[in-house]
Design a binder for this molecule. Structure first.
Ligand SMILES: Cc1cc2nc3c(=O)[nH]c(=O)nc-3n(C[C@H](O)[C@H](O)[C@H](O)COP(=O)(O)O)c2cc1C
Ligand code: SF4
Ligand code: SF4
Ligand code: SF4
Ligand code: FES
Length: 597
């Protein structure tokens, strides 16, 4: 094996690829060749490092120097200065947005320092397209251990003991699910990986598949051994082309290495894995709809029971687990259930990956021990609210989750506490909102999504969410009526109680949680015909504050509707009849002389 004095890791996750990391990788390879460093410095393409918004991201070891927004033109300087002369290129190092401090090593940065990476352990570290890199980092050692040292029931017991719960939304104990399938009668059984990831803004599963595809194959094989299955399917959305390509490569490599297929590791265990591409319907992430889609039928949920563990794919006992759930499995087998259950909190073990977005300084991928308070994720890891604005709410659980207010910032992130607070863990979307977000408008946004994604099979969801949306639309249009809040609550509770699948059962959560914590905003819209956040267009108008206006004319120049007029030394004026409420003047006035009323 060749030993290199330095490694240049170039992120080739979707985020960095979109911002041009392919050209950066290419530039490094050429420059290192040109300088005759090919035998000393190794260039490695990796999966997501987490801070995608700063991409293309490059990490150089052994120093751990983290260079952001790297362009191909920067590469000769990095090679010359860092790799030849040992001088770190300060100007490209990661910079803390508030303090402007630059950090010399990745591990000094708060965003990384406070994370604990289990599911993401290989992402950003290994080349996901080279099986040897996975093997060199304990890859397939858990499979070898399970096949040679453990009986199938011992594998299930270990997963049960670890306390691992599903990371795909429901939080069902994984070991119990495996036990049901193991106990179910059937000559053929299946293992399915749910890689549909339909929550808007979520990319946890995509990052694992792109950065560490072998870990999913290994986990599915372990699951197959545990329940007595010899076939597995990964249902991955077609909009994830990099993930699909890396999975295809990984499957091919694992087969060629005797790690997938017949007589794995010479133990007599047979297991193979196949891909099925989804077309992006949110409802196809629901397990029974997913199974229908894998079978080539229309992706519609069906009533449960029977549960897939008894009657799943083609009527056979099947386990369905989420990507992140599977990503934990090899580590649990290798390091033991006690190790895993020592991380996290009493009722929620291990870690959880979140895709944090919204009005936050660092948007990106974060893996934290369960039980970490929301405040720590939002302020300590993700750097707090952007533009010095005030925190208003955080939405966890994607479109099925709820919005939690500032008074709950110290709440630990656990399955049960989130549900008690009217939200849920979900698959890991976390959207932060500030004082400019209207909570009625936010509820309308999420319900619009779930309403559009409803498959229409059952009336409570098909009709109930439509009626709820109409009420929210009239409230935000200034046409709300007395009693609308109560009507929304009644409808929401009926839809929750009677919808056939999880989509309808959880769709009212954003509405109920915003009514619970931000009722005054609903009342202001309905009674006073005002939007306190200034977000609902129908309820606001723009005015110039004469005392503040310096007659600079900027607003008139940016107004696309010709609604602003004025002359030198006179305060400018807005014609509200012409104004289309685009907000440009408000954003651009250098003297804060424009107000929304
Ligand atoms: C509308 C809807 C969409 C879902 N989408 C996903 C998804 O994209 N990925 C996922 O793993 N689970 C999703 N689920 C949850 C699955 O039905 C299922 O519970 C999960 O895949 C089980 O795996 P786990 O136990 O490892 O979490 C969804 C559920 C519903 C109701
Ligand atoms: S709850 Fe909605 S998505 Fe689920 S089956 Fe009924 S109509 Fe379809
Ligand atoms: S941009 Fe502001 S200060 Fe300048 S004219 Fe318009 S309102 Fe007045
Ligand atoms: S909000 Fe837009 S349309 Fe209205 S006055 Fe300002 S710039 Fe013109
Ligand atoms: S894709 Fe590069 S950091 Fe996420």
């Amino acid at each position: 094996m060749e030993i290199y004095r330095a490694h240049v890791l170039v992120c080739k996750g979707t985020g960095c690829t979109a911002s041009g990391s392919e050209a950066v990788l290419d530039a490094f390879e050429k420059e290192i060749e040109k300088k005759g460093l090919s035998k000393e410095v190794k260039v490695v393409q990796t999966g997501c490092l987490g801070l995608c918004e700063l991409g293309p991201n490059v990490l150089i070891y052994p120093e751990g120097s983290y260079y952001c927004t790297v362009k191909p033109e920067d590469v000769p300087e990095i090679v010359e200065e860092h790799l030849l002369k040992g001088r770190i290129v300060e100007r490209l190092l990661y910079k803390e947005p508030d303090t402007k401090e630059r950090f010399r090593s990745l591990m000094d940065i708060d965003f990384y320092k406070k994370q604990k990476r289990i599911a993401l352990r290989h992402c950003g570290l290994i080349n996901p397209e080279i099986i040897e890199e996975y093997i060199a980092n304990d890859g397939y050692a858990a499979l070898a251990k399970a096949l040679t040292q453990m009986k199938p029931q011992e594998v299930i017991d270990e997963i049960k003991k670890s306390g691992l719960r599903g990371r795909g939304g429901g939080g069902f104990p994984t070991g119990n699910k495996w036990q049901f399938a193991a106990n179910a009668e059937g000559d053929i059984k299946y293992v399915v990986c749910n890689a549909d990831e339909g929550d808007p803004g979520a990319f946890m599963d995509r990052s694992v598949l792109e950065g560490d595809p072998h870990t999913i194959l290994e986990a599915m094989e372990i699951a197959g051994y545990a329940i007595g299955a010899s076939e597995g399917y990964i249902y991955v959305r077609a909009e994830y082309p990099i993930a699909v390509k890396r999975l295809e490569i990984a499957i091919e490599q694992a087969r060629n290495h005797g790690l997938l297929g017949e007589n794995i590791l010479g133990t007599g265990f047979n297991f193979d894995i196949f891909l099925r591409l989804g077309s992006g319907a949110f409802v196809c992430g629901e397990e029974t709809a997913l199974l229908a889609s894998v079978e080539g039928r229309r992706g519609e949920p069906r009533p449960r029971p029977p549960f897939p563990a008894n009657k799943g794919l083609w009527g056979k006992p099947t386990i369905i687990n989420n990507v992140e759930t599977f990503a934990n499995v090899p580590e649990i087998i290798l390091k033991g259930a006690d190790w895993f259950s020592s991380i996290g909190s009493e009722k929620s073990k291990g870690t959880k990956v979140f895709a944090v977005g919204g009005k936050i300084n660092h948007t990106g991928l974060v893996e934290i021990p369960m039980g970490t308070p929301l405040r720590e994720v939002i302020y300590d890891i993700c750097g707090g609210i952007a533009n010095n604005k005030k925190f208003k709410a955080v939405q966890t659980g994607g479109p099925s989750g709820g919005c939690l207010p500032a008074s709950l910032l110290d709440m630990p992130i656990e399955y049960d506490t989130l549900v008690q607070a009217g939200s849920m863990m979900g698959s890991g979307g976390m959207i932060v909102m500030d004082e400019d977000n209207c909570m009625v408008d936010i509820a309308k946004f999420f319900l619009t999504f779930t309403q559009e994604e409803s498959c229409g099979k059952c009336p409570p969801c098909r009709i109930g969410t439509k009626r709820m949306l109409e009420i929210l639309e009239r409230i935000t249009n200034g046409e709300g009526r007395e009693g609308d809040i109560e009507l929304l609550e009644n409808l929401a509770n009926s839809v929750k109680a009677s919808a056939l699948c999880g989509l309808g059962q959880t769709a009212p959560n954003p509405v109920l949680s915003t009514i619970r914590y931000f009722r005054d905003e609903y009342e202001a819209h309905i009674k006073d015909k005002k939007c306190p956040a200034g977000a609902c267009k129908a309820l606001i108008h723009y005015e110039v504050v004469p005392e503040k206006c310096k007659s600079c004319g900027v607003c008139a120049k940016v107004c696309p509707a010709g609604a602003i007029s004025g002359e030198r030394k006179q305060p400018y004026k807005i014609d509200t009849d012409k104004c289309i409420k685009c907000n440009s003047c408000f954003d651009r006035c250098p003297f804060d002389a424009i107000v929304k009323i």
